[in-house]
Design a protein around this ligand. Structure first.
Ligand SMILES: [Zn+2]
Length: 422
């Protein structure tokens, strides 16, 4: 058996139990974010597995922020091959969202039953990390020397924006356009789907400012809740229907997410939530909005649309006054359609699964934004085991079969991009 591909695939098959066991051990560390628990232990666990597979391992500890007190951030990077080019980087985030209610299995038990690996983070995305680690490891075990460098990293905080994780590695120059050629993020898009980017997001807050007065004489004040509701109505009546008519050419899934959208994420006004209430006219009411925008829309224009709508709503009643604050803007990203990464993954998917690959794009953002935006690396995709719809759900699971298949696909992709040197 001298065909390098067959040798690598055989090594993945031989390691199948180890791969599942490693993913289960990752799940048993409850790396819940917020607050960012057990990060150091999880980075160490990934690091020791990478060391065992022959990687040189480095740790990266971003400067702690006040809100990280008691929960230090630690990223891990394993390097195989030193200075050879191209550099192929596989990256997974090891933070998970809180388990929430409704579980029938132990969320951090790492249970394997009926061909499924269960637990918070199984799909999103500890199976993906195991696939990345062992894909690269299988090439090493097959005794194939690549003409490339393979890097595997485990990073923090993706679920809260990724600034201390991939964002930090990118700002530190560890992931950079002049040293990183290809970047694969094994997020759970499924074993036949390649994710080539995501929509943009503009998060903003609108505060309606009123004037307080006695609640029994509201005509003496100006009620901020009323004023905010006028803006909410304008969004619902004038903006949302227009957004729904804008559709992107990007293959966003599910199909309904191909349109631009706006959501009210939160609202708070007057004395809401305060324990002792007094009869007052609400003098402040705030809402947080989540506007998802398309590659075809301009970020500045997206914001201007809100500014204009606020101005029109204000003009309709002299008592209304609004303040707009920008919370976060992430531009849409898209992998170049002719990227060698896409072709290599498509061929590997066909080889392993005998099925055609499908390109998709994500409705929400993930770490691709930092790879493209901060590091400036164009050749980035997401490809990994697990079903997207399982992410953040109770009884989250990943099919063992998908985990092994995705490991094989990643291994063949690295092999093709890296070129076997012997
Ligand atoms: Zn994820």
């Amino acid at each position: 058996m001298t065909d390098p591909r067959s040798r690598v695939l055989a090594c993945v098959d031989d390691a199948a139990d180890e791969i599942v066991d490693f993913a289960a051990r990752l799940i048993r560390l409850p790396t819940v974010n917020p607050p960012g628990a057990h990060y150091a232990e999880c980075a160490d666990l990934i690091g020791s597995q990478l060391t065992e597979l022959g990687f040189a391992v480095e740790f990266d500890e971003p400067e702690p922020l006040a809100e990280h007190a008691g929960h230090p951030r630690r990223n891990v990077v394993g390097v195989l091959g030193g200075a050879r080019r191209p550099v192929i980087h596989l990256n997974g985030h090891f933070d998970v969202v809180p388990p929430g209610a409704g579980w029938t299995v132990e969320p951090f038990g790492g249970l394997v039953r009926d061909g499924r690996l269960y637990g918070r983070g199984s799909a999103d995305m500890k199976a993906g990390i195991a696939a990345a680690v062992f894909a690269a490891g299988a090439i090493r075990r097959a005794d194939l020397r690549l003409a490339a460098t393979v890097e595997v990293s485990g990073t923090v905080d993706e679920e809260s924006g990724g600034l201390a994780g991939v964002g930090h590695l990118a700002r530190a120059g560890r992931i950079a356009a002049d040293r990183t050629d290809y970047f694969i993020i094994p997020e759970p898009f499924g074993p036949t789907r390649i994710c080539v980017g995501h929509r943009g997001v503009y998060w903003f807050k609108v505060a309606a400012l009123g004037r307080t007065a006695h609640g029994s004489m509201p005509f003496l004040g100006a009620n901020a809740v009323d004023h905010l509701s006028a803006f909410l109505e304008a969004v619902r009546r004038d903006l949302a229907p227009v957004l729904a008519t804008r559709r992107t050419a990007m293959p966003v899934v599910p199909d309904a997410a191909r349109a631009a959208s706006i959501n009210v994420n939160a609202i708070v006004g007057g004395q809401a939530g305060e324990s002792s209430q007094t009869p007052c006219v609400a003098d402040r009411c705030e809402a947080i909005f989540d506007r998802r925008f398309l590659e075809e829309e301009d970020a500045a224009q997206v914001r201007q649309e809100i500014v204009d709508l606020l101005a029109r709503t204000e003009a309709a009643d002299r008592a209304r006054r609004y303040e707009l604050s920008d919370l976060m803007t992430v531009r849409p990203v898209r992998t170049p359609p002719d990227s060698p990464l896409i072709g290599a993954l498509e061929r590997s998917i066909d080889h392993v699964l005998g099925q055609p690959a499908h390109q998709v794009a994500s409705p929400g953002t993930y770490d691709h934004k930092h790879v493209a935006g901060i590091a400036g690396v164009p050749h980035c995709v997401a490809y990994g085991p697990g079903i997207l719809e399982q992410a953040h759900q109770p009884d989250e699971w990943c099919a063992v079969e998908d985990l092994i298949a995705a490991t094989k696909v990643l291994a063949l992709t690295v092999l093709e991009l890296g070129g076997s040197a012997r």
